[in-house]
Design a protein around this ligand. Structure first.
Ligand code: MN3
Length: 412
């Protein structure tokens, strides 16, 4: 029985993870759950999964849940997330939103836990710190992000896997045959538009992602393509690959989830329907795979390959008949280059970029700023910011905080 602490259990990744647990009770238990504001959903989850501990956003919500579930350990606030991260479990699924994922992840790794990581901001802001702690503690970072799960699967058995523990001896990683990562991107809802055509887009248009249904922050990040920028940085830390070996490929069908190129010219791709249950279940169950597709009934037709395509499996005769790849328009989607710049500059730069972005996305979602204010203001904050490289979680959070203030001041 694997005990899973799900941080962010009421979000898109969290609810899909619970669906996997619901269907595999003999294998998994949800020992801890957290949410920020969807308390009603959390209460339903507590009834169904009987966790030992939960953490919520506020003291009032904590008191309410404690009254209803007297035997349950209830935490709240940012400190509550760090406290619950210390609990005994086999794996922590971090599907928190934004920089709030950093401190609890760091705490869980300090306890030697493996992390199923869906919160890319943790690595964007704290990559050096988090991967170093993984090496010290022997913790694994198992990617849940679909592209990184793809890369992880492509690298397996090809000169070493990746993620924290496997790269403990990085002399070995330098000799592996990996040449390049081909990171795929759907292109988001505004693919093919000019900068001027994006100036007046509405919140609803930006939230209308063509392929993936996700939380609002990551959906806006996909629309600006900052999501891909964050993923370039995430890939750098997970797989120990320099930025100039990570190439973004826009692939609107979202069937190829990423690829790796080896020194002999061989390219391996991981494909599948765009379904987050695939990477979630692999991270939770690694190194085993789970049966997510129905097996064949007896007597299926040997002469008809289409009869083997069942609900949820990849049908290359229809869905996958046309797979296309194109270069991202980096002049229009400035965020990609901003992320490469931040990665090259290193130190505080990725923290500044990430903090400004998170604040600006929240302001856009609140209807306070326009869509293009997001990339334009991030760039200004990055130009202006001059912080020393942060060396602790506290210093990262402080740099994040000031970067947010700078973003707000520029727009005032
Ligand atoms: Mn992704």
């Amino acid at each position: 029985m694997k005990k899973i602490l799900i941080m962010g259990s009421t979000g898109s990744i969290g609810t899909q993870a619970l669906e996997i647990i619901r269907n595999n009770r003999e294998r998994f238990a949800a020992c801890g759950l957290t949410c920020r504001s969807r308390v009603e959903t959390l209460i339903g989850q507590i009834r169904e999964f009987s966790p030992e501990a939960v953490s919520v956003g506020t003291a009032e919500d904590a008191a309410r849940i404690q009254a209803e579930f007297p035997g349950l350990k209830v935490y709240y606030g940012e400190a509550g997330l760090v406290e619950i991260a210390k609990m005994d479990c086999d794996i922590v699924l971090n599907s928190l939103m934004g920089i709030s994922g950093l401190a609890p992840t760091y705490t869980a790794i300090s306890q030697g836990r493996d992390i199923a990581l869906a919160n890319k901001e943790t690595l964007v802001a704290g990559g050096a710190l988090v991967t170093e702690l993984c090496r010290q503690k022997g913790s694994r970072l198992l990617p849940v992000d679909s592209e990184h799960s793809a890369i992880f699967q492509c690298l397996e058995g090809n000169g070493g896997s990746a993620c924290g523990r496997a790269y403990a001896d990085s002399a070995e990683s330098l000799q592996r045959p990996l040449r390049r990562i081909l990171l795929t991107a759907s292109g988001g809802p505004f693919r093919g538009r000019s900068v001027e055509e994006m100036r007046d887009v509405t919140i609803e248009q930006a939230l209308n992602h063509p392929k993936w249904s996700m939380g609002s922050k990551i959906t806006i990040d996909s629309a600006t393509m900052m999501n891909k920028g964050l993923e370039v940085i995430e890939a750098k830390w997970l797989f120990d690959v320099p930025a100039d070996r990570i190439d973004v490929h826009v692939h609107p069908q979202s069937i190829v989830h990423s690829m790796v190129e080896f020194c002999d010219g061989s390219v391996i791709a991981q494909m599948g329907m765009p379904d987050m249950k695939i990477p979630i279940s692999l991270a939770l169950n690694y190194p085993d795979r789970m049966q997510l597709l129905p097996d064949f009934a007896d007597g299926y037709g040997h002469d008809d390959p289409e009869s083997r395509v069942t609900d949820g499996s990849l049908d290359l005769f229809t869905t996958g008949r046309e797979l296309t790849f194109e270069k991202p328009d980096r002049k229009v989607f400035r965020c990609i280059d901003l992320a490469y710049e931040a990665l090259r500059e290193g130190g505080a730069a990725p923290v500044v970029m990430n903090g400004a972005n998170e604040e600006l996305v929240a302001m856009f979602l609140a209807g306070k700023i326009g869509f293009l204010d997001i990339p334009e203001t991030i760039e200004k904050v990055m130009e202006k910011a001059d912080f020393p490289a942060p060396h602790t979680v506290e210093e990262i959070l402080e740099t994040d905080r000031i970067s947010r203030v700078m973003a707000k001041e520029i727009l005032d």
